[in-house]
Ligand binder design. Structure first.
Ligand SMILES: Cc1cc2nc3c(=O)[nH]c(=O)nc-3n(C[C@H](O)[C@H](O)[C@H](O)COP(=O)(O)O)c2cc1C
Length: 208
């Protein structure tokens, strides 16, 4: 059982990382493995809409191969869940996180994501967590991924990692999220219920 944790903040050891680290520790207490991936400080290209990833021989990979999108895409094939993390930049996920997640969710095949568990966490100093949280949850709800919730919307507050630990309620939200994610993954592992059959793809582009 494994959950991927993605730090979409340019700060490798900042507040978002601290939130993800609290989750990691709690997943470990629940005997669920996890790994933190860094989006990093280097510029991350947005999706260029080339659609090469939709060609059968290229499926599941992004042609832009100078960052860790393809590494996470490959790891997601074997994972049971994913938690996207981002610092809040102007009441949204950071630009780099948005570029990274757009490409990750566009290039990966449906079966890589379908009925695997997803959640996001957001970190702000003061405001904008809710809109960034809503933005990130859209990646799951277009991908047939059940969204795992916690005891509040998954936000932490801070300017420094120390602030995050002082946000007692935020820390509890992170731990509860990890507990709920672990519980649901275990339920799925122990059940013998087959995944529902997929209907053939129908794309209606509203061209009249
Ligand atoms: C470009 C930029 C925009 C930001 N916008 C907001 C914002 O809209 N609301 C807020 O409360 N904090 C904002 N912040 C502060 C960070 O979101 C906040 O300190 C966050 O916890 C930092 O997380 P990190 O250490 O993982 O990068 C902004 C920071 C930067 C660099």
């Amino acid at each position: 059982m494994k959950v991927l944790l993605i730090n979409g903040s340019p700060n490798a050891n900042g507040c978002t990382f601290t939130g993800l680290s609290i989750i990691k520790e709690q997943l470990e207490k629940n005997s669920v493995d996890s790994e933190i991936f860094q989006v990093g400080k280097k510029p991350v290209s947005g999706c260029t809409a080339c659609r090469v990833c939709k060609q059968p021989d290229k499926a599941g990979r992004c042609v832009i191969d100078n960052d860790s999108v393809n590494i996470v895409a490959e790891a997601l094939k074997k994972a049971d869940g994913i938690i996207l993390g981002s610092a809040v930049h102007f009441a949204s996920a950071s630009g780099a996180a948005t570029s990274f997640f757009d490409r990750l969710f566009y290039c990966t095949e449906r079966e890589t994501k379908r009925l695997k568990f997803g959640a996001c966490i957001v970190s702000c100093r003061r405001g904008g967590n809710s809109s960034a949280f809503d933005q990130l949850n859209k990646y799951f709800t277009i991908s047939q991924m059940p969204v795992v919730s916690s005891c509040y919307w998954n936000g932490i507050h801070g300017y420094t990692p120390e602030d995050v630990y002082a946000d007692e309620e935020g820390v509890r939200i992170m731990r509860t999220l990890a507990n709920n994610m672990a519980y649901l993954i275990k339920c799925k592992h122990r059940s013998n219920v087959a995944l529902p059959e997929e209907e053939p793809l129908a794309m209606t582009n509203f061209i009249r």
